[in-house]
Design a protein around this ligand. Structure first.
Ligand code: FMN
Length: 273
């Protein structure tokens, strides 16, 4: 089965060939577009040909039909609705202890599959803590890592912040995961150079969660500790060739619905050149 095919709907407009990043879709005079067998390995499977074909005639054999989902224009938000959605996202730091429905977590991660990745590598891997108990245990490991860091010579400003975190934890405040029942960790292959992929995926996660009324917050303290601690990496099943790029704590918000007023923000800094 060839990697790229077109069906009878092809109007030979050549758009697939023009959009192909690898420039391997060739227009055969009168016979329609094709990818030569020897060029197939150059395809990055980005699916530009499939997505933008005006008659939906292009197919990639790596995409099963059930994964070929139509974009319905009637489901697109207006610019105002989309902007309100994006601007109303807030970090949530008040959670119910109950676990989020597993199917909802899958739904959020499904949306993350569509985040852009360099060369369409799609190498982000997710590790998710399954309940509050696991997440709390991980929080304890983060604090223990900070205790260890405080016993060595670190920058005064950092020591001050980590010291405050440890004291708050010891006083019974979960300042690491804010009582969230879950943490979603984006893990990345070290061989691949673009860490941005995982950061973008985490951003998609937060926005997809917002769309499903699930609260999220970036877990920066966790990331700091996780990059230092082989115990945390082991606990999460992160291999030597992988790195932890970041995490989102998440759960059902407790007593918080949609935010009411947009927060103050610095004026945008924009330079036209
Ligand atoms: C990389 C990163 C790390 C963060 N780490 C933490 C964290 O460890 N704990 C926390 O409560 N919030 C954390 N935050 C959330 C920020 O404090 C928050 O995004 C910022 O105050 C703006 O508020 P908003 O998200 O409600 O708009 C982090 C945010 C980012 C982007």
């Amino acid at each position: 089965m060839p990697l790229f095919t077109v069906d009878e709907r092809c109007i030979q407009c050549g758009l697939c060939s023009e959009l192909c990043v690898a420039r391997i879709i060739k227009m055969n005079d009168g016979e329609g577009p094709e990818v030569l067998p020897e060029d197939e390995e150059k395809c990055i499977t980005c699916g530009q040909c499939v997505s933008f074909c005006p008659t939906s005639a292009c197919f990639l054999d790596i995409q099963p039909l059930e994964d070929r989902i139509e974009v319905l224009p009637e489901l697109m938000p207006s610019a105002e609705i989309a902007e309100t959605f994006l601007r109303s996202r807030r970090s949530v730091r008040r959670y119910k202890s109950e676990s989020v429905d597993e199917s909802l977590v899958h739904r959020i991660i499904e949306t993350c599959r569509y985040a852009p990745t360099a060369s369409n590598s799609q190498l982000v891997r997710w590790v998710v803590t399954s309940d509050r108990e696991q997440t709390k245990k991980l929080g304890g490991m983060v604090v223990d890592t900070f205790r260890g860091m405080l016993s060595i010579d670190i920058e005064e400003k950092v020591a001050h912040m980590l010291g405050a975190v440890v004291r708050a934890w010891d006083a019974g405040h979960d300042v690491i995961f804010r009582t969230a029942p879950h943490l979603a960790v984006a893990v990345f292959d070290r061989k691949h150079t673009f860490q941005e992929d995982a950061a973008i995926a985490l951003t998609y996660f937060e926005l997809a969660a917002h769309a499903n009324e699930i609260g999220c917050c970036w877990a920066g303290f966790f990331t700091t500790a996780a990059r230092q601690s082989s115990e945390i990496q082991k606990f999460l099943g992160v291999g030597e060739n992988e790195m932890i790029v970041g995490g989102q704590m998440f759960g059902y918000p407790s007593g918080l619905g949609l935010s009411h007023i947009l927060p103050p923000r610095k004026k945008a800094s924009l330079t036209w050149i």
